[in-house]
Design a protein around this ligand. Structure first.
Ligand code: DQA
Length: 148
């Protein structure tokens, strides 16, 4: 099973960007830790990050063709992007929305996700562990052979 992990704008700056909110781990480190977990679980993972909305739409479309699930932190586009919502609605594979922080506990404009309605679920507020929890869900779902 392959899972694509897609990260949106400004997440390339993790580690330096508002570390009190987003933590001190770089995106490269988060991806390396996730790869270790994926190896333990016997899951293949691929990684993509872009600051551009169109590139993220294309990445979701490609992941839908090549992977069996998508872990998506669309960052600020979560709160604005009809284009990403439409890309997720067109997906055959489940998409799990993740966030490092809990957007529901932050500014009003972060409380609305355009994407959540089209996702299998959302995992927010656990820092880098949000990605690990999403990967565990995919792995367990595969092992149970369920369509949960
Ligand atoms: C974020 C939350 C978003 O509101 C914000 O724009 C981000 C990061 C998170 O992971 O907590 O860039 O997606």
């Amino acid at each position: 099973m392959k899972i694509s992990v897609i990260n949106g704008p400004n997440l390339n700056l993790l580690g330096q960007r508002e570390p009190e909110l987003y933590g001190r781990l770089s995106l490269a480190r988060i991806e390396a830790d996730l790869k270790d977990l994926a190896d333990e679980l016997g899951v293949e993972v691929g990684f993509f990050q872009s600051n551009s909305e169109g590139a993220l739409v294309t990445a979701v479309q490609e992941a839908d063709r090549e992977a069996e699930g998508i872990i998506l932190n669309a960052a600020a586009y979560t709160h604005t992007s009809v284009a990403l919502l439409d890309a997720i609605l067109a997906c055959r594979v489940p998409v799990v929305e993740v966030h490092l922080t809990n957007p529901l506990a932050r500014e009003d404009f972060r409380r609305r996700s355009f994407l959540a309605q089209a996702c299998a679920g959302t995992i927010s507020g656990f820092g880098a562990e949000s990605y690990s929890l999403a990967l565990l869900w995919f792995s367990r779902r595969k092992n149970e052979g369920s369509g949960a």
